[in-house]
Design a protein around this ligand. Structure first.
Ligand SMILES: Cc1ncc(COP(=O)(O)O)c(C=O)c1O
Length: 402
């Protein structure tokens, strides 16, 4: 653990005179030195625009950039490298699919299914599409424990269901959803399925072929990589049939004022100069995570989750939100009569970073009849002694606020 922590420079810092206890990993993870170095090395050693240059720097930058695509192919077990499209993150991946596949295929009266536990970025693009097309947005309800109501899902699925967009792991509850089951049921009625892997990719082994999803989206910054870069996986026949997302350089083969031909995959969806430095460092982040081993990280985070869940029971008036047995790495809670923001401020005074509020999941908060929660979320570098600091801070905060 000490060796892992040493690789994350920010963990050395103090906040309000106390050692930082960073428990906001579901929002974004901290970055290891190797990732920071990869960005610096690109800018200080071989900064160049990619693909069309014939000089040495351009070739080095292109090779490094494209090699991230190979790493992502292996990381999620995509059939081919062309099926890994770079995006700015999960949000852009979902918008890309809604604006291309969605606008091409969704018609008035068609049904799109999402769930009651989606992040806003997996609600708003589908709401916008449904508004534009006159389609119907249907919502899988959840149980009080924070699991999808799968019986209700069965009744929502009809021959009018054209698309299902579902979160793999809830950012607000930590629930791991039965995506393989959802995908196979959706396929039975001919629907296409997108899995939002923003929270799952850092914890779970992802095999898009075994899962049989049609699209899978995730962000680098939630798996120890830089912000501003992510990936979209899609089944080849779907990606090939989809129109481009944005127009510009790189996504075309030939341009005249009367005719334009689109580039091949994956470039058809990658208009303009991409985020080269962060794409290169994305590979470093994946290698770093794989180097430690997701199974090792997962076991560690499971222990932290169990330890935290136990310790929080002793805090008067505290209720954990999201109690599915299938959950990972997130503890969300409310305390009777206390605003989550007040807890967050008092914890910050002790150097503890947690997230408070609706976690970009307002419909979920409405369903649970709460305004928000306080959320602690774990990463590979968190320790039980940090949880002890959190629990002590919570005891003190609750005493003060109740
Ligand atoms: C479940 C889920 N989906 C989507 C997103 C959006 O990811 P990004 O902001 O990296 O695009 C997040 C971010 O918190 C998330 O937790």
């Amino acid at each position: 653990m000490a060796a892992i922590r040493r690789q994350f420079p920010v963990l050395e810092r103090q906040v309000k005179g106390k050692p930082l206890v960073y428990l906001d990993n579901a929002a974004t993870t901290q970055k290891p030195q190797a990732v920071i170095d990869a960005i610096t090395e690109y800018y200080s050693g071989y900064n160049a625009n990619i693909h069309r240059g014939i000089h040495t720097l351009a070739e080095e930058a292109t090779a490094a950039f494209e090699s991230t695509r190979d790493t992502i192919r292996d990381f999620i077990n995509a059939e081919s490298r062309e099926q890994a499209i770079f995006t700015s993150g999960t949000t852009e991946g979902i918008n890309l699919v809604a604006q291309t596949w969605g606008r091409q295929n969704i018609k008035a009266g068609d049904e799109i299914i999402i769930s009651n536990m989606e992040h806003h970025s997996n609600i708003v693009p589908w709401y916008m599409l449904a508004q534009e097309k006159g389609a119907v947005l249907k919502v899988i309800p959840i149980t009080d424990e924070g699991e999808l109501d799968m019986e209700a899902f069965d009744t929502l699925l009809t021959e009018r269901t054209k698309f299902v967009s579902i979160v793999h792991v809830s950012n607000a509850l930590g629930t791991v959803n039965p995506v393989a089951d959802i995908i196979s049921k959706a396929h039975e009625v001919g629907a296409v399925v997108l899995v939002d892997g923003a929270q799952s990719t850092v914890h779970l082994d992802i095999d898009v072929q075994a899962m049989d999803c049609d699209f899978f989206v995730f962000s680098s910054h939630k798996l120890y990589g830089p912000t501003g870069i992510g990936a979209l996986y899609g089944k080849k026949e779907l990606l090939e049939a989809m129109p481009p997302y944005q127009g510009g350089g790189e996504m075309i083969k030939d341009v005249s004022f009367t005719t334009i031909t689109w580039n091949d995959l994956p470039y058809k969806f990658e208009a303009g100069t991409p985020n080269i430095a962060d794409t290169i460092a994305f590979k470093t982040a994946i290698e770093f995570t794989d180097g430690i081993g997701k199974d090792v990280i997962r076991r560690h985070e499971e222990e932290l989750l169990a330890y935290t869940t136990d310790a929080l029971q002793a805090i008067p008036g505290l209720r954990i939100i999201g109690t599915s047995p299938h959950k990972i790495s997130v503890v969300s809670f409310v305390v009777d009569g206390v605003h989550p923001q007040d807890i967050g401020i008092l914890l910050d005074n002790r150097g503890i970073a947690v997230r408070t509020g609706h976690h970009c999941a307002q419909p979920l908060m409405d369903r649970l009849c709460i305004r928000g929660t306080t959320r602690a979320s774990f990463a590979m570098y968190n320790t039980k002694s940090e949880v002890d600091v959190l629990v002590e801070g919570l005891h003190k905060a609750v005493k003060l606020l109740v």
